[in-house]
Design a protein around this ligand. Structure first.
Ligand code: ADP
Ligand code: ASP
Ligand code: MG
Length: 906
């Protein structure tokens, strides 16, 4: 696109500032993209100012040049010269006058080196941006987009801040950027598209100063404010700000919109994608800030602007900073001592150090120093400590790391953070700080703890519903989905394709036009689903006052269950899979799983009856009760079941019952796992399993009564998504089994997690299989069993409900439906998160935030809090997803409401 083809700009055409980071300007190809983007903005009617960083690595090279020995300087400069000349050649330009001029000026500076002078260091380092901007101006002008070159130092004047030390003044300067109509008019008179440098400004003495590492974002923001730009676009190597650094947390989600405060908090707590100082100039001038990916300009990116309409409180990001120094100051009776804090903070001020976090106790104040805000040279902390030692006892703790959760309304989310707190509880936490603006919660720990912890914490936040990834207007795709090599697939649940059938099952009459669905309130249920083609479908039964009742209704999709069963049967390392019947004992489900070759694991005589009815003579059955009465054990033994014991009691008190029998033994490996306290089944606080300190006693009793232990079993909890868990359990059980001698099989339990929150990664069954196969090589004598429940059936079931009433109380919209905690107790019992959709309005915009509640007389009768749904009306059909496990099987008659109906789809 050439300039001459464009309509002239209006005299008041708005500015757009485009900033490109180091990797975005490093190749000729990237410059072609920059040119296209600048041309597009011009074509859209904007004046354009491009702000660039130095080519990637060049600022580091220049910094190295400032620090290196005199003898090495020549070679260091030569490398920088070559790098730029190579790019000129790649761009197919002849020698570029501007580039040559800055290369010559760099060589002259190095000839007259004054490495001790900060002004010299700043002048040298400024050359990265002076060079890249000159290159860019030449490239774009030569390729049809006349581009003027602007010296940023003529526009950005450093502020004289009295408390800044010399280093900060020269290398991390700040600029007051007020709208400057004169500059804007001068540029408008001289052209349409300009390029300038990030990172540099000029002080009152006329010296070049730097804005701190990564400061080009801030240059762009200053320029945006000076020119009152329509927006500042930060073009970089990721598609925006993510919920965590995507290089460390591939499951991090794109944040599609943020307000200035949240973006500020995320940037200043460690997200390098934005320089922390770039938010405030934009906020002050009300200039929106976009973050976009230079290599994938089509991706949406992040839009930062004034606070949007409030949505459900959510953690927005988790970020981390390394290199934190903690200074702990101890004195007795600190609070009684008037002016103690003033005295110590005066010392920080004197050393030019800005304090970040503060924790205080009766006799101690601990503060943190952030390297991003303080140019912490090696001596400054020592000098500070020496001065502080005159007024208190000082301890410097370093290196530390700060891990920060960011989100508006942090205090209202504390109850969702128990998993995160438990994770930190395992480590030594030096300081916890909750910001007074209620936007962040920070944990300061030893730096070593940071390794690998962020993905885990991110996952915990998603699973606890603290990072509300269900809000798709805010949380975009994950980094993995955007950039991964296809490993992250989007799960489309089966019920999308079965919508019409499900609506009929909920009593919505098919529409005369064959659509079968209504966007409008669909009125009363009418008629039976007699026309349903599937013979497996059970017709709803009339209840109550002669009126057909359709909802609440569980609907199960057998193809999903069969597929899950086959996936487990395909595991090479597992010899036998038992289905934990308690998850869902629906006869059709039991039959399907038996047909797929699974055994059935039961915990009560009732379950044994159901299993026997569904199974064949060959179906392996397992009886693993807990604190059950003696009669249960006696009955099971009579039926020839394999029995699992998990206490000394049966051997101590019912030896006659067990004499001469073979049993399995369930042990407690001392720890529990899972998505909620109430589903963790290990450790002293859980009632399951034989503690290991009674293991020897158990074996002794068994020998005494001629009871053979032929299998060992452990089950630590439910909802485990970490593939390394089962191999770990296998190794532990194998070493216990070696001590017994008679063991033939190891039952590794279940607990296979089912992701429920959007963005959670699936459990990688192939990885579990591979890791188990590896462990197995060390104990080939034992057969391996698994006994999952939820993993097989959760996704296969949905609960259909009809909207009963709506109510607004204060700022809260309640959406009532006929399925309450009597039908599905998991949300009330486990804080479980189930996706809820309005099936009658599946395609309508989800613009209302609802508390979805049931008809039970309990305040805890809440199926989902803060759910984004279309505005809904009485009679609409709600679908509550992933209800196949522990839904119907835990349902009750509470409030004397009838049990939910069921239907099965073959
Ligand atoms: P540029 O050179 O374009 O200024 P930076 O390297 O300074 O780019 O910033 C982009 C990098 O910031 C990304 O590649 C990413 O690794 C890192 N980053 C850290 N935290 C985040 C986050 N929360 N969201 C996005 N990127 C992040
Ligand atoms: N070139 C400078 C740096 O590497 C500024 C920037 O890239 O934003 O820190
Ligand atoms: Mg940067």
């Amino acid at each position: 696109m050439t300039d001459s083809a464009l309509a002239p700009l209006a005299p008041d055409a708005p500015w757009v500032v485009l900033k490109f980071g180091g990797t975005s300007v490093a190749t000729a190809g990237r410059w072609r993209t920059i040119q296209q983007l600048a041309s597009r903005r011009r074509a859209e009617g904007h004046r354009v100012l491009v702000v660039v960083s130095a080519l990637s690595g060049v600022t580091d090279a220049l910094k190295g040049l400032c620090a290196c020995a005199e003898a090495e300087r020549g070679a260091a400069v030569a490398q920088i010269v070559d790098r730029h000349r190579e790019l000129v050649a790649q761009m197919q330009l002849d020698a570029v006058e501007g580039v040559e001029r800055w290369l010559a000026s760099l060589q002259a500076l190095v000839r007259d080196a004054a490495p001790d002078r900060l002004a010299w260091q700043a002048a040298v380092q400024a050359h990265g941006e002076l060079l890249s901007s000159s290159l860019g101006a030449a490239f774009m002008s030569a390729n049809g987009l006349p581009t003027g070159w602007l010296d940023a130092r003529d526009a950005l004047r450093a502020r004289e801040l009295p408390f800044l030390n010399e280093r900060a003044r020269m290398l991390s300067a700040q600029v007051l950027a007020e709208p400057d109509p004169v500059l804007s008019a001068r540029l408008a008179g001289a052209g349409e598209v300009f390029i300038t440098q990030g990172f540099i400004a000029r002080n009152a003495d006329g010296d070049t100063v730097l804005l701190g590492r990564g400061g080009s974002d801030t240059s762009a923001a200053y320029m945006g404010a000076l020119l009152r730009a329509a927006r500042v676009e930060i073009w970089t190597d990721v598609a925006g700000m993510f919920t965590a650094d995507p290089r460390q947390v591939p499951g991090a989600r794109l944040l599609q919109r943020l307000d200035y405060d949240e973006a500020q908090e995320i940037a200043s707590t460690g997200a390098k994608v934005l320089h922390p100082r770039c938010l405030s100039p934009c906020r002050r001038a009300r200039v929106p800030l976009w973050i976009k990916d230079t290599q994938h300009p089509g991706l949406d990116g992040t839009v930062i602007g004034p606070q949007p309409a409030e949505s459900a409180p959510s953690i927005k990001a988790i970020s981390s900073r390394r290199g934190i120094t903690l200074v702990s100051m101890e004195t007795s009776g600190m609070w009684q001592q008037v002016g103690f804090l003033a005295d110590v903070f005066e010392l920080f001020k004197r050393h030019g150090l800005s304090v970040d976090l503060i924790g205080s106790a009766e006799t101690n104040v601990t503060v943190s120093l952030d390297p991003a805000e303080n140019l912490l040279d090696s001596d400054v902390v020592a000098r500070l400590a020496a001065d502080l030692a005159k007024v208190c006892r000082v301890k410097v703790i370093a290196p530390c790391a700060a891990v920060t959760l960011v989100g508006r309304g942090m205090r209202s989310m504390l109850h969702r953070l128990s998993g995160v707190l438990a994770e930190f509880g395992r480590e030594r936490v030096h300081l916890i700080s909750q910001s007074s603006n209620n936007l962040n919660l920070t944990f300061v720990v030893d730096e070593g703890m940071l390794d690998g912890v962020l993905p885990r914490l991110h996952e915990l936040l998603v699973r606890a519903g603290a990072l509300r990834t269900d809000d798709t207007s805010l949380f975009g795709p994950s980094w993995q989905e955007l950039y991964g090599k296809g490993e992250a697939h989007v799960r489309t649940p089966w019920w999308h394709a079965e919508r019409a059938r499900l609506l009929r099952l909920a009593g919505v009459p098919p529409s005369p036009h064959g659509r079968g669905v209504g966007g409008e309130g669909t009125g009363e249920p009418a008629g039976l689903v007699g026309s349903e083609p599937s013979p497996a479908l059970r017709a709803p039964s009339p209840r109550g006052r002669g009126e057909a009742v359709f909802t609440p209704r569980y609907v199960y999709h057998l193809p999903t269950i069969r597929a899950r069963a086959r996936a487990l049967r395909a595991m090479r390392s597992v010899d036998r899979v038992y289905y934990a019947v308690k998850a869902n004992a629906h006869p059709a489900i039991l039959q399907a799983l038996v047909q797929e070759g699974l055994g059935l694991e039961c915990v009560s005589p009732g379950e044994l009856d159901a299993a026997s009815a569904a199974g064949t003579a060959e179906t392996p059955l397992l009886f693993t009760p807990n604190f059950a009465p003696r009669a249960d054990y006696a009955g099971a033994l009579q039926r020839g079941m394999t029995l699992t014991l998990d206490a000394l009691h049966p051997l101590l008190h019912w030896p006659d019952l067990l004499h001469g029998r073979e049993v399995m033994l369930r042990v407690d490996l001392g720890r529990g796992l899972g998505h909620h306290d109430k589903v963790r089944t290990g450790g002293v606080t859980s009632k399951f399993g034989l503690p290991l300190d009674q293991f020897a006693a158990f074996l002794e009793l068994a020998r005494e009564h001629d009871v053979r232990v032929v299998g060992l079993h452990a089950h630590l909890g439910s909802g485990i998504l970490d593939a390394s868990h089962w191999p770990l359990v296998c190794g532990q059980l194998a070493s216990l089994a070696d001590r017994i001698g008679s063991v033939r099989c190891l039952n590794l339990g279940g607990g296979l997690g089912v992701p429920s929150h959007p963005g959670e990664a699936e459990l990688d069954i192939a990885a579990v299989d591979a890791a188990l196969a590896e462990v197995r090589q060390t104990c080939p004598q034992y057969a391996l069993w698994l006994e999952p429940g939820r993993w097989l059936v959760a996704d296969a079931g949905v609960l259909l409900a009809r909207v009963t009433q709506t109510k607004r109380k204060g700022a809260i919209d309640y959406l009532g439906c006929d399925a309450g905690m009597h039908a599905l107790i998991r949300p009330a019992l486990y804080d479980a998160w189930h996706e809820i959709v309005n099936l009658s309005r599946l395609d309508a915009r989800a613009d209302t935030l609802y508390q979805v509640v049931g008809p039970i007389c309990e305040s805890g009768d809440v199926l989902g809090s803060d759910r984004h749904l279309p505005r809904s009306a009485e009679g609409d059909v709600l679908l509550i997803a992933q209800a196949g496990a522990y839904g119907e099987s835990m349902a009750s008659h509470y409030n004397l409401r009838p049990l939910a109906e069921t239907a099965v789809i073959e």
